[in-house]
Design a protein around this ligand. Structure first.
Ligand code: ARG
Ligand code: ZN
Ligand code: CA
Length: 255
């Protein structure tokens, strides 16, 4: 279809040695993100047959910004020598140049992604939700070692950015962020799920108290907490919710 929307992204690499993250690695990360959103990821063959009809393909795609906010040519990658070696999730100095981080580019025109050292990998990433943030802090932060082929095995295939981009476009965790069946992700086609899944159940069907019958829970979803190699889809309901959020909150990316 001809309605693909390309979102300009700027990556802010804020590390004590920002050169360790190469342009090629950022391009590899962007390729993972685009394949995952388009449903072109080759590991989607792992989606169980019963869940194949749910496999969503989004029109949202991402490209490196080619101009700065001041209209100068750019690669869409900024490297800054960080004032701190590690940033906690509430340390907003990451997002301010005067505090040794790097300023957001106009969040109405660009998706800002900060690549940094987040608590040594204990925190993989975090994102603002639509409408939740001061504009200067809007965007996504990911731990540098989650990038494809970096060191944080088994969370080093670039799926942290896919998951955080889900949050950025208003997705919640698939289990509803509580350990029962009343919590919701506000998406209709995801199975109700009691709690998070970690590691990887390895292709077998998993049922729980909220989805006790086949096909069970959708632990292969990007909005669960499984390992990168275990997650391989957004559902159509999630795709619709993200595209609505894009139109409602970020139409300025493309108009
Ligand atoms: N814990 C993070 C969050 O809640 C990201 C989890 C990403 N999982 C992964 N396998 N990459 O936003
Ligand atoms: Zn999350
Ligand atoms: Ca739940």
């Amino acid at each position: 279809e001809g309605n693909v929307i390309y979102i300009p992204v700027v990556f802010h690499v804020v590390l004590t040695n920002p050169a360790v993250i190469t342009d090629a690695q950022i391009q590899a990360q962007l390729n993972v993100l685009n394949k995952d959103f388009a449903g072109m990821n080759s590991d989607s063959v792992n989606i169980p047959a019963a869940f194949k009809p749910l496999f969503g393909k989004s029109q949202i795609q991402f490209k490196l910004a080619q101009r700065t906010p001041g209209n100068e040519p750019s690669k869409g990658i900024v490297r800054v020598t960080a004032a701190r070696s590690v940033y906690s999730t509430f340390d907003t100095s990451l997002k301010y140049s005067t505090l040794g981080g790097d300023d957001a580019w106009d969040p109405n025109r660009f998706l800002n992604v900060w690549i940094t050292n987040l608590s040594g990998g204990y925190v993989l990433g975090y994102s603002t939700l639509p409408g939740s943030s001061v504009p200067a802090e809007e965007g996504i932060a990911i731990h540098y070692a989650t990038l494809p082929a970096d060191s944080l095995t088994p969370i080093n295939r670039g799926r942290t950015l896919t998951h955080e981009a889900g949050h950025f476009f208003y997705l919640y965790h698939i289990w509803g962020d509580e350990n029962g069946c009343t919590g919701t992700d506000f998406v209709d086609d995801t199975p109700n799920q009691a709690t998070l899944t970690s590691g990887c159940p390895g292709g077998v069907m998993v049922t729980d108290g909220c989805s006790p019958a086949a096909p069970g829970i959708l632990y292969q979803d990007y909005m669960d907490y499984t390992d990168d190699a275990c997650m391989c889809l957004f559902t159509w309901g999630q795709v619709a919710r993200m595209e609505t959020a894009l139109n409602n909150y970020h139409a300025g990316y493309y108009t």
